[in-house]
Design a protein. Structure first.
Length: 252
């Protein structure tokens, strides 16, 4: 495939109605934050107890037909993930945020982890407005970094999670979004004691995005362009595009 045809394909994919361009919106501003002093009410959300609900989030990274199945029963409801919870007394902040770096320094902490209070459980809550014009779209939450054992709740429903604090992750919010209304996104983080030999940080320490797409769209990082041959007269360019169809039927 020469360069001329490669450019033609890119133009067609951009303007074709079934493959609308994605809309990626920053969610960094105006989060409510609360670090818990008592963990009594949060013990039911420890990773060991809810692991089977979180593992399906990573299915796209698994090769072959073996995938984790989401349990049929609902996860234990979370008080701070409910729409009706009053968070007006919580602190308002923008992301990225690391609660550990705020201190204070305490020499009695075990290990060489900066002597900073990065351990513990905290919640972040944010209201996002989804206009009626977004009806029939797909909604993906992208979290570039959250330390750690993240669980995500949307309008009071558990949407997914990601245990590893050093990698980005995505959660499909579509089944839980109310189009034409305000929607609550709540993220719980849990940094267990003695879980690091260095300072790992705490909190949502990188950007958070909401990506909106059509049900049929070019997958994220789904465009691959490679040059398999080139000389003074011509270049051979291969392009591979992965299309994601979230509908139950084949789309034409």
């Amino acid at each position: 495939m020469n360069i001329k045809y490669m450019l033609l394909i890119v133009i067609i994919l951009t303007v074709s109605p079934p493959l609308q361009s994605r809309n990626r919106i920053s969610l960094n501003e105006d989060w409510k934050f609360q670090k818990l002093d008592s963990l009594d009410m949060d013990t039911l959300l420890n990773y060991a107890k809810i692991k089977k609900w979180i593992l399906p989030t990573g299915n796209n990274f698994l090769k072959g037909s073996i995938k984790y199945q989401l349990p049929e029963e609902n996860i234990q409801p979370a008080k701070f993930g409910q729409v009706t919870y009053d968070d007006s007394a919580w602190r308002t902040l923008d992301l990225p945020h690391d609660w550990g770096i705020e201190g204070p320094f305490i020499q009695d902490y075990a290990g060489e982890t900066g002597k900073l209070p990065w351990m513990g459980v905290a919640w972040y809550r944010k209201s996002i407005d989804i206009p009626a014009s977004d009806r029939n779209k797909e909604f993906i939450l992208e979290v570039e970094g959250a330390m750690s054992y993240a669980t995500v709740w949307v309008n009071g429903y558990f949407a997914g999670g990601w245990p590893y604090g050093y990698a980005s992750f995505q959660i499909n919010l579509t089944p839980y979004i109310n189009v034409g209304e305000k929607n609550l996104v709540a993220i719980r983080l849990d940094n267990p004691d003695n879980s690091s030999h260095w300072y790992p940080g705490g909190g949502i320490y990188r950007n958070v995005w909401l990506t909106k797409t059509a049900p049929v769209h070019i997958d994220q990082w789904g465009t691959f362009v490679t040059t398999s041959g080139i000389d003074k007269e011509a270049a051979h360019v291969d392009i591979e595009i992965n299309i994601r169809n979230t509908k139950k039927k084949v789309q034409r």
